[in-house]
Write a protein of this length. Structure first.
Lengths: 102, 133, 130
């Protein structure tokens, strides 16, 4: 399953709730303000690393939304893959279902 | 073949319109003979809280409509226990929503099932289409 | 792959309409089919032709209209949500006894059943909102 999160983890609990429900093998795509959570050194990093390493969840961040907010690719937490809109489409093809955490 | 539709409700009623307009979709969806489930988690658990009275706030109370869902054949309302506990709520704080089981001499049965977060993850994973509100 | 897209927020206030638009463009570029784009909640405001954004900004409503024309997209505005928010086509305005309509080219107003049908008919249903 592909989970789509669009909220900053510092403003809402969508990412936290998503990570608590994601199953091994699931993918989580951070878009819009959710990309704020992808920055290395942020306090949400521990939870993202736990999801990646502990629960075999793949995390992605949308590059145009990182760029819009002035976040350079090298500031993104290691283990998070950066994709563009074409990559977003590919993720929805690769995953049979999509769930948005609005 | 019928698809499994999940209506994902994570927001409290009244503060925003999502709960009300989610319910309006669910009522229409009932006519399509698909398998419909509703999930209430995070602040969404407040959508089916007992004793809602938005009159003094100047708004319409739409909570009685949840009691009518059974008449539309919608009988699977999943509520996440962890979301209740985090908010200081228990199952007693929820409306006792029931349906009449036509396969069991129209016996009244509860539509609301309080389930664990792990069970909620499984319900989410089983769906074909998830509409989020 | 056949997609139904749900857009739940109005233009400018929230990024969801922009994201949905970029997603649809990327999906079309890859040869996928967009079965329907369904606008719900404040998302119905993407379908007004009376918006006049500053000249140096994007014109979201027009971009949806142009994309619909170019690719034959089915842009559906939920009637119940539209009535609440004052989004009207000519026949609905007449039926309600209103003096004007404001729907943009390429959009049509219809019922929530169109969303459910989209979910049934499509391989993927993607929701963009707040």
């Amino acid at each position: 399953m592909l989970h789509i999160v669009n909220k900053s983890p510092f403003e809402r609990n969508a990412l936290k709730s998503c990570l608590a429900h994601a199953l091994a093998g699931d993918s989580v795509l951070l878009i819009e303000d959710a990309v704020i959570g992808a920055v290395s050194g942020s306090s949400i990093v521990t939870e993202l690393q736990q999801a990646i390493n502990g629960n075999a969840v793949k995390i992605y961040a949308l590059s145009p939304d990182l760029a819009a907010r002035g976040v350079k690719a090298e500031r993104v937490l290691e283990g998070i893959q950066v994709v563009d809109y074409a990559g977003f489409v590919d993720l929805t093809v690769a995953n049979e279902k999509t769930q948005s955490w609005l | 073949m019928a698809k499994k539709f999940l209506y994902l409700n994570r927001k409290a009623p009244y503060g925003t319109v999502y709960a009300l307009e989610s319910l309006e979709v669910v009522l229409i969806a009932a006519a399509f003979e698909q398998e419909v489930s509703l999930a209430f988690l995070d602040d969404g658990v407040y959508q089916i809280a007992k004793g809602q009275n938005p009159k003094a706030a100047g708004m319409k109370n739409f909570s009685p409509t949840y009691n009518a869902l059974g008449d539309y054949g919608i009988t699977q309302l999943y509520v996440e226990r962890e979301s209740l506990v985090e908010r200081g709520l228990t199952e007693e704080d929820l409306m006792p929503i029931v349906y009449e089981d036509e396969n069991d001499e129209y016996a009244e049965k509860p539509s609301v099932q309080v389930i664990s977060r792990a069970e909620m993850s499984q319900i989410m994973a089983e769906q074909d289409v998830t509409l989020s509100f | 792959m056949k997609y139904t897209i749900m857009v739940n927020e109005g233009p400018y206030q929230h990024q969801s309409s922009d994201t949905a638009l970029q997603f649809v463009r990327a999906a079309l570029a890859k040869g996928h089919t967009i079965f329907r784009v369904f606008f719900y909640h404040d998302g119905v405001n993407n379908g007004t032709r009376l918006a006049v954004p500053p000249k140096d900004d994007r014109m979201l409503q027009k971009e949806w209209s142009e994309l619909a024309e170019k690719h034959g997209l089915d842009l559906v505005i939920c009637i119940a949500a539209a009535q609440r928010r004052g989004l009207m086509d000519a026949s609905e305005a007449k039926r309600q006894g209103l003096s004007a309509d404001n729907i943009a080219a390429g959009f049509r107003i219809s019922g929530l059943g169109q969303l459910i049908e989209g979910g049934i008919e499509s391989d993927r249903t993607i929701v963009f909102g707040d």
